[in-house]
Design a protein around this ligand. Sequence first.
Ligand SMILES: NC(=O)c1ccc[n+]([C@@H]2O[C@H](COP(=O)([O-])OP(=O)(O)OC[C@H]3O[C@@H](n4cnc5c(N)ncnc54)[C@H](OP(=O)(O)O)[C@@H]3O)[C@@H](O)[C@H]2O)c1
Length: 363
Amino acid sequence: MDRHFPAPPSLAPGASAPTTATGRSLRWGIVSTGAIAATMAGEIALLEDAELQAVSSRSQDSADAFAAAHGIACGYGGADDLTGLERMAADPEVDVAYIGSPHSEHAADAEVLLEAGKHVLCEKAFTVTAAQARRLADVARANDRFLMEAVWTRFQPGSNRLWDLLADGAVGEVRWMSSDMGFVADAPPTHRLWKRELAGGALLDLGPYSTLWPLTVLGRPEVVTASGLLTDDGVDAQEAITLQYAGGRHAHVTNALTAFGPRALHVAGTEGWLRAGPNLHRVTELTVQRPGEDPRTETFDDDDASSGSQGRGYVWQLREVTRCIQEGLTESPTMPVADSVASMELYDAVREQLGVRYPADDA
Ligand SMILES: NC(=O)c1ccc[n+]([C@@H]2O[C@H](COP(=O)([O-])OP(=O)(O)OC[C@H]3O[C@@H](n4cnc5c(N)ncnc54)[C@H](OP(=O)(O)O)[C@@H]3O)[C@@H](O)[C@H]2O)c1
């Protein structure tokens, strides 16, 4: 298979991720007090070598409440003409920051933290535009700091097995793929998912999962075709994307905030097909069917029943961040910044065809 991206580390089904306990804990700061920030605080607490040091918020009350709820030492809201984020960035007790703010804030938040000498794990979508992503890559390099987009899916046992199966030719040469992510977003119009100024919409929210495998397995497409449905506010509620590759190969991707999709990946090859599900962002079931053979299904329990320490599936990426920082790496070989830049370039191209423009496009 033509590998366009580095292969993830190979993990046998059910095997544990490498442990990273080296005796030196990383001290984490969390940016924002929203939904995923709360989940991640719980996941970081599961790490063998992590301390929850600080949280920043636009509001001191929120920072204090979040810190109290999660056993975090310091809560930073705005004070003395500094934002909570700037105050946390100045805290020498913070080694690495996890950014859980809306898409519109990622680039600016990450830049402040990197310039202050913090390592950064930034939620998906990495940025709003590819230009922002390229700039962040430069800032991280200039400051010699670790930077990674929080594509947690890429580190799960089911994902590693998926990669190994394809790389080992389980379906032969890959000819086409289809993937979808979708649910009915019944959030109010003020929610970040629907707000243009917060870079809402289906593509930036769900694309990092639905385009992960086409980009990882087939690489950058030669031709991108997209059509979709926009809200009155101008964000994408739903889209269909076709990625075309040399030799007539293609991938078809659907994202929707309007419908419950199967959230599955199908890979069709010259010697069989593979299905990954039942949730593309957390693959726990893989089926391979080759002509004339019974389908083979493998299941994955990423909660690690033996120790109960795998949380809700995010610990795998947190261990990778920890390992990389402890080993002095500035990028994860499995989820390098170049992959995030490639994703953002694809999303720029899709948004241009859909007619979705964010304030960051005019910055
Ligand atoms: N990996 C996953 O499974 C997963 C799941 C859900 C979301 N996400 C990603 O995580 C990020 C946040 O999503 P979420 O669902 O946690 O969002 P959310 O619940 O709306 O929380 C976002 C938080 O960001 C802060 N914030 C900073 N600037 C803001 C602004 N201008 N408007 C609103 N909030 C602002 C707020 O915290 P303060 O008030 O404390 O500043 C807010 O609570 C997004 O990038 C999303 O794609 C990832």
